[in-house]
Ligand binder design. Structure first.
Ligand SMILES: *Cc1c(COP(=O)(O)O)cnc(C)c1O
Length: 240
């Protein structure tokens, strides 16, 4: 384990925690209402170990194969009495991978269609506890190609499916600010969607929004979970 890498991550983490604290203060929110999920995609399991050592309890991944391998490499960290380490799956989820993701993900942020619900629930049968599920809502216009996330109008039906699944727990919503739009405007729309959602599902009050570039705007709009990669771990390699 390189001590300079540890120092780099420690300094970045301190800076991100400070940004979160400042954003919470500006929004008159308590800093411990916001959970930092460090997105470790493209970075090695050794970085996950450093993060855990530095007090990070939540890491996020967006590709199944990489996530599964890293989870396996870090299996020894999950001991009774050991540090808390929760794995968040934050990326687009293929239906045929959902059951496999359910085997290691503690939280899935990207549920945006009915088929995933059934597959995640089936894949969760050997887990010790249920999976926390966030519904990903699209903030893009409906005609945008490559749009990820459910249309806000489809949330009630999806929520009902998750609530009916015995091994899934509906916890809230997730969104990504669209490229080329002021994130504050997009997150303001998200806050409206969330208000209606929480009125119907009071226990599902988590909101996963905000990344390295826009976490302040997300916290202002009520985010409870920010997903931060680059600002903690540095630029991702462009070739994998
Ligand atoms: C990669 C990723 C992030 C982190 O993005 P950064 O800009 O590196 O902070 C957040 N959310 C999702 C869904 C991602 O895929």
């Amino acid at each position: 384990m390189s001590s300079s890498r540890r120092a780099e991550i420690a300094a970045n983490l301190a800076a991100v925690r400070e940004r979160i604290a400042v954003a919470c203060a500006a929004a008159a929110r308590d800093a411990d209402e916001v959970t930092l999920v460090v997105v470790t995609k493209y970075f090695p399991a050794s970085d996950v170990r450093l993060l855990v050592d530095l007090g990070v309890a939540d890491v996020g991944e967006n590709r199944h194969q990489e996530a599964e391998a890293k989870h396996r490499e870090c299996a020894d960290l999950r001991q009774p009495g050991g540090p808390v380490l929760r794995w968040h799956f934050v990326g687009g989820l293929q239906s045929n991978k959902a059951a496999a993701v359910a085997a290691y993900a503690d939280v899935v942020h990207s549920v945006d269609r009915a088929k995933l619900v059934q597959r995640l629930d089936a894949g969760a049968q050997d887990r010790p506890g249920p999976i926390d599920v966030l519904l990903q809502v699209s903030l893009d216009p409906p005609d945008r190609p490559g749009r990820a996330g459910a249309d806000p109008a489809d949330l009630p039906e999806l929520a009902a499916l998750v609530e009916a699944a015995s091994r899934l727990r509906l916890r809230g919503l997730m969104a990504v600010a669209p490229l080329g739009e002021d994130p504050a405007a997009a997150f303001a729309r998200l806050a409206d969607v969330r208000r209606d959602f929480v009125a119907a599902h009071p226990a599902a009050d988590r909101l996963s929004a905000g990344m390295s570039g826009d976490l302040e705007a997300a916290i202002r709009a009520g985010a409870t979970h920010v997903r931060v990669g680059t600002a903690v771990l540095g630029s991702r390699p462009s070739v994998q």
